[in-house]
Design a protein. Structure first.
Lengths: 155, 155
DNA sequence: TATTGTTATACTCTATAACTATA
DNA sequence: TATAGTTATAGAGTATAACAATA
């Protein structure tokens, strides 16, 4: 799923560039996480919970994981003091999860380290190119840009 | 590590866009792989071996994995008939790995499915935007553009 | 009955340590 | 001695199935 970056052959497809970029970014996240004994998934959970709490089922759905997998993930993070559980007062079946101060501290440290790790790559771009890339990725991700210049709707 | 895609607040950073893009692409690869009982790592190994063979140690280094992990990965793929091992005639210690016809068939099918899965997103871009995005990502990934305008070397 | 979570089980992924074989 | 791989072991991530509690 990875194109050899060395061969300057014909022209690379957008798909290849996206896959290579993704493996690159994930590689950095994996390494950074490993330095703090966090898997990519734990990192992601912590990232999601850095500014909100969430119920087990919503987290699992958001991550595309089974609820039983979610239980295990939260178990281990809770054992380490990074996350905590709360019974939801509205619905006795629901369990809410949130980051502890230690968890928040860790995720913010990780975010800073991530920016630092990415710097060599992002600094290869001019500020204009960075903006352009950000906008193109948002478009790609379906996030409608601030100024909606939507053309006529289909049909 | 993930920004809420819904909030159209200030402006998203390049780092956030890259992380979101990476999780998106990895999510597609994970799902596609799972439909054929392939993990992200197996997928990647198969992708690397789709046009060359490689020794165990080189593969492990390229993937950033321990050699013992590599042994397990190749064991399981070999048991499924997707990869095969060969003793290297030059150096008796070395084991070369390559994809079987079945493995090649599978990875090519997966690559086609991947393109199809990505289509909804890539088609949100015009051909010009796709080219632009590809070039920006290559720049980001340090792949020097065709015309090397390298400035003076440090020192 | 349906939904939310947890637990038991099994398999893959991963690294560390100890080992074998070759150089 | 050093290098290439494998094996044993252990922990994390994952899903399926069975279960308990609540709605």
């Amino acid at each position: 799923m990875q194109q050899d970056p060395a061969k300057d052959g014909p022209k690379e497809t957008l798909e290849d560039a996206l896959v290579r970029t993704s493996y690159h970014v994930m590689g950095i996240l994996t390494r950074l996480g490993a330095e703090h004994d966090l898997s990519l998934t734990q990192l992601r959970v912590l990232g999601i919970l850095r500014d909100r709490r969430g119920r087990m089922s919503d987290l699992a759905a958001h991550l595309g994981l089974d609820k039983s997998t979610m239980s295990g993930l939260v178990d281990r993070a809770e054992r380490r003091g990074l996350l905590a559980r709360d019974k939801n007062p509205q619905d006795g079946r629901v369990v809410d999860v949130f980051a502890t101060p230690a968890g928040l501290e860790l995720i913010h440290r990780l975010l800073m380290e991530f920016r630092r790790e990415m710097a060599p790559a992002t600094e290869r771009l001019t500020p204009e190119q960075r903006d352009q890339l950000t906008r193109l990725l948002e478009l790609f991700l379906e996030k409608p840009p601030a100024a909606p210049v939507r053309p006529a709707r289909p049909r």
